[in-house]
Each structure stands twice: as C-alpha cells, then as structure tokens.
Design a protein around this ligand. Sequence first.
Ligand code: BGC
Length: 337
Amino acid sequence: MKKRVLSLLLAGVMLVGVLAGCGGDKGSADGAKTYNVGVSIYQFDDNFMTLYRNEIEAYFKTLETDDVKYKVTIVDGKNDMATQTNQIDTFITQKMDVIICNLVQTSSAETIIDKVVAANIPLVLINREPLGETDESYAGILENEKVCYVGADARQSGTYQGEIVRDLPNKGDMNGDGVVKYVMIEGDPENPDAQYRTEFSIKALTDAGIKVECLVDQVGNWATDKGQQIAASALTQYGTDIDVIFCNNDGMAIGAAAAIEAAGRKVGQDILLLGVDALDDCVDMIKAGTMTGTVLNDHIGQSHTAVDVAIKALKGESIDNYYWVDYVKVDASYVNK
Ligand code: BGC
C-alpha cells in the first residue's frame, strides 16, 4: 500500500514537471535547470566557422549560473545538406529547447524553418542569410515569432574591400596602365556572402569612377588550397597585368599570399591583396605588409548575439527576425594604430 502511494506521488510529481516544463530538464541533483541547445554548423573544416562555433560554446558556459545550465550539442553538417537535415530531425526528436543552424544551403532555409516551426522549437539561423531582408524576392521568409537570422550584411564587407583599394594614392592601379585589373576568388557561390562581396567590392571602385577589368573570376569555396591554386594560375597567365587579388575570405587570401610570394611579386609594391574575416594571421600579414587589407567579420559579436537571442527565445521572450552585426574595415592604418 505504502509503495503504491509513493509511486502515485512520484507520478504526480513527474506530471507536474512535464506540464511545467516549457523546455529545460529540471531535476539534476543540484536542482539546476538544464536547457538543451542543438547547433549545426555547415562544415567544421572552415577557419572562420571554427572560431565562431568555439565562441558559441565558450559564451554559453560563461552564462551558466548555479540555477541554469546549458547542454550544448554541436554537430558538423559536413557541407552536405542531407546530413544537416538529418541532424535537424534528430534535434527535433530530442526536443531541443532551441536550435542554432548555420545552413549548408540557403536554398533549403524554408524546409528547415518549416520543420522546426512545426515542432514549436525556436530557430536561430546564423552566418548564411536566407535572403529575406537583403533580397526582396525572399521577403517574409523569417516572418515567424520564433525564427531569426543573426549575421552581418555582406554588402558592407564587399564595399569596405573596394574602399580600401579606392583610398590608396594610386587607387589600385599598381602598374599605371589606367585600369584596375583584378582577380576575384569567390567563396561558395550559393552563399550570399560570396555573391555580395564579389559584387560590392567592385561597385565601390566603379562608383568612384575607377576603370576596372576582371581577368579571372573563380570559385575557391572559402578554402586556402583553392585560393592558392587559383592565384597561382592567374599569376602565371596574366603576370604583371594583375593589380589586385580580391578574395571573398581570408582563408583563400592566405593561399593567394603564398602564390604571390612564389611568383616573386610584392604586395603593396606591385600587387594588392584583399580578404574578409580579419583572422589573426591576416592581421599579422597586414602589419608585415604582405596583405593590403581585410574586413573584420565579427565572430565574437555574432556568436554572442546568436546565443543571447537563443536564450531569450528558449525562455519564451519575444525576438526580432533579424539581428545585424557590423563589419569593420581593417587596413594598414587600422592595424598600426
Ligand atoms: C566567412 C567565410 C566562411 C563563410 C562560411 C563567411 O562569412 O567570411 O570565411 O567560410 O562565412 O559560410
């Protein structure tokens, strides 16, 4: 009899726990509430996203208290949308309290959003914008009270790259032939960051009345080895005709820098080299004069915003659909300040 009362009591307590639990496991030994956070990153093997995901994890830790803990599960999308879709399905089955997703393919945004919304789980998209705010044809894609995007406006990063060149005394015309001839090394073309940086870096030059000519425009998929290969073959083919090598990110610019050195060219003297992200290595290169400039892609600001918003959302507080973090222009004058 006693046993039966006890188990009824226990069942009652568990039921109250389930009913009360708008997310979060109660009942760890010390009484703290643990929230489960699922994070899917498009690819672990990416310089920038590695800094970003490490900071997500570290920042969640700093926000823990005696009463609130975060169990953060971070998985590698392996640059494969099918893999990532499975990961999101698993997060849904596991009843995560919030999901943070760095999409493999922005074209799959709607499918992912629909799934997560149907499961009533808040979704914070990061780094790869499902073109809603910056491309009107996708307007409304995030219009849901539990879905948002945290990122930086890639048009700004492209513009800053172009402005660094525009503001040089020779306006980027290193060989003095009257035209800025450039090589463009692009990230994944499906990624708006790649599209906008490619477009807006050059627009900053043409808007200033500078004549430009594209010698090579190739996809390096954000990767250092690809950046090196593309730059090396462009340098072999076009030699001193090349004034500027624009890279959509620093990873590829590091590769291009190796190719520039191997070709016996000197950044700042006969060629210019631009990237985006402001990885530590590139900031050092700008200080040393082996790179012209980059643009800080603020992974600290972005990851902290994403985490802060995720926490608001899992607590049921209202969130906006878009959160923007500014880029910062990083050139020689900036790093030598
Ligand atoms: C960064 C790249 C990175 C990409 C991943 C961009 O914002 O600049 O370095 O590879 O995001 O999506």
